[in-house]
Design a protein around this ligand. Structure first.
Ligand code: IPE
Ligand code: IPE
Ligand code: MG
Ligand code: MG
Ligand code: MG
Length: 325
């Protein structure tokens, strides 16, 4: 995983997550999150290699481009979250993996398109030249399109799961990826906000809850749905992941200001150069960090409503709060 994995961001404690103390230095075990991410990354990458056509298969440009972006060192956060939630609710890895890979494919497609000249015009992603720099714009567009289609094919074709479950998962992913409730809507709001001043905090929350939050919420929900969670539990998972999604984008904005290209694998400072409304630009760095802490606490509060083993889910929230990449 492209992170500061050599660092354990907070103290390790024996706290089991039942209490109301939401400061991460007491509330999560950084090593547990790192170990879980490493394990889930291995499982997801192995399955993705099986799912995505080999580079030798024609059209070789499209398959090469899909693989270039997919196997470039992303954090695999969305599939890891799906696996963590599903595991907390008792599902076996095998039932979770295909859907987890589908989320990573849609996410990777969104990054390929996000980097295009017509959008953020970035030339570095996951530590490599972006897909369009390497393969040209037309092939990058097609690689993104194909990853999205393959994601849905992967869920619908997952014969381990009952047909009604596959329909439910397809709906979750489609809503989260598209519009009006999903990532595409968020990307549109984000681009619209770039060309005007005076974006408010509420507007920024709305952008982020769509462009980043929706996919993170749906990944968590799909883990719980596969495991057969009830409505009340699904509600708690949704509340947890809504805060986690917002937290993820607040830290993305903070890292754009504070991190290096080597840490991030993408170009820092882009948001300021584009005069983008971000948490640091609206709040200032310190207040943005405070907001991140408050959102983390909300995520933990939602977890406290669950009578399930939530330590890992809390560790994941702490990991996102403290992340350096
Ligand atoms: C980057 O996502 C884009 C955002 C939604 C903020 P990630 O930070 O998950 O990127 P990868 O998958 O690790 O490359
Ligand atoms: C993109 O947000 C979120 C997506 C849906 C891809 P950003 O534009 O902030 O993501 P980075 O910073 O380029 O990864
Ligand atoms: Mg963008
Ligand atoms: Mg971008
Ligand atoms: Mg960003």
């Amino acid at each position: 995983m492209r992170t500061s994995s050599e660092k354990t961001p907070v103290a390790v404690t024996a706290d089991d997550g039942g209490g109301g103390d939401h400061h991460p230095s007491h509330a999560f075990e950084g090593d547990a999150a790192h170990a879980f991410f490493a394990r889930s990354r291995g499982l997801v990458d192995e399955r993705l290699h099986q799912i995505v056509p080999a580079e030798e298969v024609t059209p070789v440009t499209v398959h090469g481009a899909m693989r270039w972006s997919l196997f470039a060192g992303g954090k695999r956060f969305r599939p890891a979250l799906l696996l963590a939630v599903g595991t907390a609710f008792g599902a076996p890895d095998e039932d979770l993996l295909a859907t987890a890979c589908a989320f990573e494919m849609v996410h990777t497609y969104s990054l390929i398109h996000d980097d295009l000249p017509a959008m953020d015009d970035d030339d570095l992603r996951r530590g490599r030249p972006t897909c369009h720099i390497k393969f040209g714009e037309a092939t990058a567009i097609l690689a993104g399109d194909a990853l999205q289609a393959l994601a849905f094919q992967t869920i619908v074709g997952d014969e381990r799961l009952a047909a009604d479950l596959r329909i439910a998962l397809t709906l979750e992913l489609a809503r989260a990826a598209g519009t009006p409730a999903g990532m595409v809507a968020g990307q549109a709001y984000d681009l619209a906000a770039e060309s005007r001043d005076g974006v408010t905090i509420d507007e920024l929350d709305l952008i982020h809850r769509h462009k980043t939050g929706a996919m993170i919420v749906a990944a968590a929900r799909c883990g719980a749905i596969i495991a057969g969670a009830g409505d009340r539990e699904l509600g708690c998972v949704t509340r947890y992941a809504r805060e986690l999604g917002l937290l993820f984008q607040i830290t993305d904005d903070l890292l754009d200001v504070t991190a290096t290209a080597a840490d991030l694998g993408k170009t820092p400072g882009k948001d300021a150069r584009a005069r983008k409304a971000t948490y640091p630009s609206l709040y200032g760095l310190e207040a943005a960090r405070e907001r991140a802490g408050a959102v983390y606490a909300e995520a933990c509060a939602a977890l406290d409503q669950l009578e399930r083993p939530i330590q890992l889910l809390r560790a994941i929230a702490g990991f996102i709060l403290e992340r350096r990449a």
